[in-house]
Design a protein around this ligand. Structure first.
Ligand SMILES: Nc1ncnc2c1ncn2[C@@H]1O[C@H](COP(=O)(O)OP(=O)(O)OP(=O)(O)O)[C@@H](O)[C@H]1O
Ligand SMILES: [Mg+2]
Length: 132
């Protein structure tokens, strides 16, 4: 495990953009941390780092946003149950060979692939700790 100390949203974004170089098709990354910790900032950096220039917005309503058919950004905060998530087809995204970036993955723990990577962001104020 390693730690990066970020002093701003921009530093978190840049760190995530660099981190994306280590991602391979088929990887699932759990973005962990409390509300407002910076999970979506991490996702934005990673998506940019994978060469996608689309605007990235938080998928709070649709649960999953898709980028170029190869990156899937989940926000499961509002998922009601694993059965609901399964019924909506969320499990299928893990089989598509893309990179899955998952916020609030604990809500769909039973649907996640066996092998996942984790990036945790902690803290409040401008200084955040990124554990990876
Ligand atoms: N060092 C930092 N890294 C990331 N975000 C930071 C940092 N300092 C301040 N912020 C602010 O923290 C907030 C992080 O918001 P973000 O939407 O990424 O959180 P989140 O973890 O996705 O929350 P949610 O659980 O609601 O989805 C932003 O308002 C951002 O500007
Ligand atoms: Mg978020």
């Amino acid at each position: 495990m390693a730690v990066f100390i970020s002093h701003s949203e921009e530093e978190t974004f840049s760190w995530a953009k660099r981190f994306a170089a280590s991602l391979n098709p088929g990887d699932t990354v759990l973005l962990e941390g409390g509300m407002g910790a910076g999970k979506t900032v991490l996702a934005k950096g990673m998506i940019a780092g994978m060469g996608i220039s689309d605007e990235v917005t938080s998928p709070t309503y649709a649960y999953v946003n898709e980028y170029g058919g190869r990156v899937f950004h989940f926000d499961c905060y509002r998922v009601e149950s694993e059965a609901q998530a399964y019924g909506l087809g969320l499990a299928d995204y893990f089989e598509r060979g893309g990179v899955c970036l998952v916020e609030w993955g604990e809500k769909i723990a039973g649907l996640l692939p066996a092998r996942v990577r984790r990036v945790r962001i902690l803290g409040s104020g401008d200084e955040r700790e990124i554990v990876f």
